[in-house]
Write a protein that binds this ligand. Structure first.
Ligand SMILES: [Zn+2]
Length: 412
């Protein structure tokens, strides 16, 4: 099992930011830990917040919030400051802010064509970011060494009193060999072993599928913030999905859910690198767009060129965009019927494709989706751009700290 992300329903509409209702018999210490976590999570997600606002948003009383904020400040996790613009007379409510420069996570991504490493501060701010190319066919465990080099480079500029809260790796779900054959997997035991060997000390790394983690980022602080039922579609060389239902990631039995790119949409279609035929990604992947536009095979830059040409009125490019957008809508319509999300988010290379062909996608949904699923569904372009996987990885990495703020993390 590759990932500790919380699986599965229960389907409930509880606001995850509110302190958990205390179990009967919960000790004062447990209640305090939950409340500290709720305050820290609130300022981590929403940024600087006054004690007065925390009091009303978290449903705790003023003196409790004051004591919790003071404890978090004493632990070096937040600052408390008098607001610069106090509107009312009387003593202003102190503003509680995450210490982004001091408390940080290691966020790594193993993407289709590059490896990225970032230090992300509490509050979700990227403090430092490095990247190198990922050679074709490089297996995920072999990426750990180059990523460790990037982290070592960054470590030179980390302040001495900084606190490392944890680390996480977002791994693209498939690797292709030179012949285009797909090997499913990435966030698996061999990757864990490589991480353990490279980083024997410190808080360790959690791993997960890149589409799941980028979807989590859009759910926490992106275009789907606060939306508990969403499908995040990620395009690069392939297509996969991060599915969040009832506020929780849907991972499947072995953490392999969301391989929507291999949903067969045409049994007589083109052969796919997975060994099947007519998979969705053979019709909506980057290769399909370039093929229909009469271009040579290429990467993201070649895709942008086709989208620019379509916008400028080149007929072949426009027809290619319309055709691929129609297939995009075809698959999304099926997913909406099955999953009944509130929001579908288009990320990676699918973001630009969606924006170029949104009308065609919507037309498909209107024709294919059952009215009860269709009437409330929102289609959105991803907001966090190419950093979504790193921001989402940091969210995973901060989980332990946010669950128990005074007993997590390691100096470094
Ligand atoms: Zn396939």
């Amino acid at each position: 099992m590759a990932t500790p992300m919380r699986p599965g329903p229960p389907r409930q509409s509880r606001n995850p930011e509110l302190p958990l209702p205390s179990a009967p018999g919960a000790s004062q210490e447990e209640i305090r830990r939950q409340n500290l976590g709720a305050v820290l999570r609130h300022v981590h997600v929403h940024g600087p917040t006054s004690r007065a606002e925390l009091t009303s948003r978290l449903g705790l009383n003023r003196s409790t919030i004051g004591a919790l904020a003071a404890d978090l400040a004493a632990a070096g996790l937040v600052t408390e400051e008098v607001p610069t613009t106090a509107r009312r007379a009387g003593r202003p409510s102190l503003v509680v802010s995450p210490r982004s420069g001091r408390v940080y996570a290691h966020a790594l991504s193993i993407e289709a064509d590059r490896l990225r490493a970032a230090r992300v501060g509490l509050g979700g701010r990227i403090l430092d970011l490095r990247e190198v190319d990922r050679p074709d066919g490089m297996a995920a465990p072999d990426a750990v060494g180059p990523l460790a080099d990037l982290l070592r480079d960054m470590a030179r500029s980390v302040p001495g009193d900084a606190l490392l809260a944890g680390g996480a790796v977002a791994v693209v779900d498939t690797t292709r060999d030179g012949a285009g054959r797909i090997r499913i997997g990435g966030a698996d035991e061999t990757l864990h072993a490589a991480l353990g060997a490279e980083f024997p000390a410190g808080p360790g790394f959690v791993t997960g599928d890149l589409a799941d983690i980028a979807g989590l980022a859009e759910h926490v602080r992106g275009v789907a913030a606060g939306v508990n039922d969403l499908v995040y579609l990620h395009g690069d060389r392939g297509v996969s999905a991060g599915i969040i239902s009832g506020g929780r990631l849907v991972l499947g039995h072995r953490g392999r859910s969301g391989k929507v790119g291999h949903m067969v949409v045409d049994p007589d279609g083109l052969p796919c690198g997975c060994g099947s035929r007519g998979c969705w990604e053979t019709e909506i992947g980057e290769a399909a767009l370039l093929r229909h536009a009469g271009r040579e095979p290429g990467g993201p830059e070649a895709v942008h060129e086709v989208l620019r040409a379509a916008a400028a009125g080149e007929q072949t490019a426009r027809a290619a965009v319309d055709r691929v957008a129609d297939w995009l809508g075809f698959g999304v319509a099926n997913l909406v019927n099955v999953i009944n999300p509130n929001t579908v988010v288009f990320g990676g290379s699918l973001r630009e494709l969606y924006l170029a062909g949104a009308g065609t996608v919507r037309h498909r949904l209107e024709a294919m989706v059952l009215p009860p699923c269709r009437e409330h569904v929102h289609l959105r372009a991803a907001a966090l751009g190419p950093d979504a996987a790193l921001i989402g990885a940091a969210e995973l990495a901060f989980d332990t700290l946010l669950a128990d703020p005074l007993h997590a993390g390691a100096a470094g």
